[in-house]
Ligand binder design. Structure first.
Ligand code: AMP
Ligand code: MG
Length: 300
């Protein structure tokens, strides 16, 4: 999934703990083989090639993630759209070359985008068009963190944390603590500092934004998160942190809320987060002015 996973847990049996951790990493590796779009032979990439025009069987994991992604696509009217793959690939190249994507390539890629061209049945998948490419980069890491945590709990290690870079799922609190202290990052925070610290147990937190992944071309900034309406990387700086009951929700909602904040403003982004019974913070920059707003109620 193009990232590092980190596991922390409390146990007084180091041998057992290590075999649990190994099993959790194995589960993450399995999900990587299924869900990654970086690996040419992942299940995801294979079905993208094969499931054009006819229903094709998919794994339980792929089904679960696609179902959540499609639900969020509907709820956001396509602001979150995993069929954005062909466009994301052009922007990945733009980040390397520091050149804008070629306009005709971009419009060709945009013709392959649209979550309504993905048909999800009961563990089957079908695409309307040849060349469609799914990208689970905004949702798979959160799901993988959930799954690794579930596995550790199954081994009897509930006091655990799984971090997939900006997507973190935590189980029961560490001994004598009320929760895991997680620093939330934003573009506003000085380097190696956090904008705030959250104390979490049995929850997940994700931050999306362009602090690390963006490209600057002719003085303009483009995020790795793309607005599916325009095909252009988000232009305004933002950092969205979401706290939810699961990593699959916090991960996907943080990305979706970033797009909504750009398209429709901060309050609509916060409303989306609240509609999933989640909490969050949206930090956004408009015309040099930075605003910071939260969902209703206090953050953990
Ligand atoms: P995250 O880091 O979780 O915010 O996810 C960002 C990644 O999601 C990008 O690197 C792309 O792979 C993918 N992505 C970009 N734009 C969208 C979008 N509008 N909807 C869904 N996924 C997206
Ligand atoms: Mg995300």
């Amino acid at each position: 999934m193009g990232t590092m996973f980190r596991i922390v847990l409390y146990s007084d049996d180091s041998e057992q703990a290590h075999s649990a951790i190994r099993a959790a990493f194995d589960r993450v590796a399995q999900l990587d083989r299924e869900l990654s779009d970086y690996k040419p032979d992942s299940e995801l990439n294979r079905v993208c090639r094969e499931a054009v025009g006819h229903d094709t069987g998919i794994s339980d994991d792929l089904y679960f993630v696609l179902r959540a992604a499609q639900l969020l696509a509907e709820r956001t009217n396509g602001a979150f759209d995993i069929s954005i793959g062909p466009v994301v690939r052009l922007w990945r190249r733009a980040r390397q070359t520091k050149q804008m994507p070629d306009p005709s390539a971009l419009s060709a890629a945009m013709r392959l985008v649209g979550y309504r061209h993905i048909h999800l049945g009961d563990r089957t998948l079908r695409f309307d068009m040849q060349g469609m490419q799914l990208d689970l980069g905004a949702i798979a890491k959160g799901y993988a963190a959930d799954e690794a945590l579930r596995l550790l709990r199954g081994f009897g290690f509930a006091q655990a944390l799984v971090a997939a870079s900006g997507d973190i799922s935590v189980g029961d609190s560490p001994p004598q603590k009320s929760g895991w202290e997680i620093g939330a990052d934003s573009f506003k925070a000085p380097k190696d500092h956090f904008t705030r610290t959250l104390t979490l147990h049995n929850q997940s937190v994700s931050t999306s934004g362009d602090t690390e992944q963006y490209v600057e071309i002719e003085g303009l900034r483009y995020s790795h998160i793309v607005d599916p309406k325009t095909g252009i990387g988000l232009r305004h700086r933002s950092s969205v942190t979401v706290i939810a009951n699961t990593g699959i929700d916090s991960d996907s909602l943080a990305t979706a809320a970033s797009v909504i904040a750009e398209q429709q403003g901060t309050s609509r982004a916060l409303a989306l987060i609240e509609s999933f019974d989640a909490k969050g913070v949206v930090i956004a920059e408009r015309d040099g002015r930075v605003t910071e707003s939260e969902t209703k109620g206090s953050l953990p």
